[in-house]
Design a protein around this ligand. Structure first.
Ligand code: BG6
Ligand code: MG
Length: 213
């Protein structure tokens, strides 16, 4: 039985995809860069600057590093404004019962997210003080598929990676978990990823006992 579960945040605990999309879309429209939901799917689990680089693949001009920082910061301001609309009602189906059952079973719980907005999001949805450890984009150099954020989460929990299981909705996140020597549950988009050890459409469809088996 695993002793710790590390949850990705965006797309696993709460659905912020639409909010990221809206903010990036506004930025891309302002620059006249084509951007759609299919491209947005590629941004899942990827850091802010790497997301911008993917969007700029469609740009007709080359941007300086300073301009890129400005664009990322404009997107983040728009995104931060939209985060103020999040409430505990935005926690995804099945999440709260799974968290409560795992905690009652004595399992340690952590967040492992590429997002630098993790603390703000957790606070907004009422889980600011819930997790035993939080590893996020503010503490790491390399974002998923690099395992850094999950290895840090395991370390903060005081557990070796092989005692932890990761819950992810991004292909890059499953790759990161595997690279870190952890088992991975793929939900949402990642429920159709063959590298996931187990899959479920949402956390509502998986028994906590099965998750830590
Ligand atoms: C991840 C999201 O959780 O965080 C990505 O899946 C996002 O889409 C990344 O780009 C970084 O987020 P932020 O909040 O630091 O811009
Ligand atoms: Mg995610």
């Amino acid at each position: 039985m695993k002793k710790g579960v590390i949850f990705d945040l965006d797309g696993v605990i709460v659905s912020t995809d639409g909010l990221h999309y809206k903010a990036w879309k506004q930025m891309a429209d302002r620059e006249g860069i084509y951007f759609d939901q299919v491209i947005n799917n590629r941004l899942r689990g990827v850091s802010r600057m790497e997301s911008l680089a993917i969007i700029l693949e469609r740009a007709e001009k080359t941007y300086t590093d300073e301009e890129k920082l400005e664009m990322a910061s404009m997107k983040n301001e728009l995104y931060r404004e939209s985060l103020s609309t999040l409430t505990p009602n935005d926690i995804l189906p099945g999440v709260t019962p799974v968290l409560e059952k795992l905690r009652a079973m004595g399992v340690k719980l952590a967040i492992g997210s590429s997002s630098r907005n993790t603390p703000a999001i957790l606070k907004q949805i009422g889980l600011g003080d819930f997790f035993d450890a939080v590893a996020d984009g503010n503490q790491i150099q390399n974002s998923k598929p690099d395992p850094e954020v999950f290895l840090l989460a395991a370390k903060l929990l005081g557990l070796p990676p092989e005692e932890c299981v990761v819950v992810e909705d991004a292909f890059a996140g499953i790759d990161a978990a595997k690279a870190g020597g952890m088992k991975a549950l793929g939900v949402g988009d990642a429920s159709r990823y063959e590298k996931a050890d187990i899959t479920a459409p949402t956390l509502a469809e998986i028994a906590p006992e099965k998750l830590i088996e």
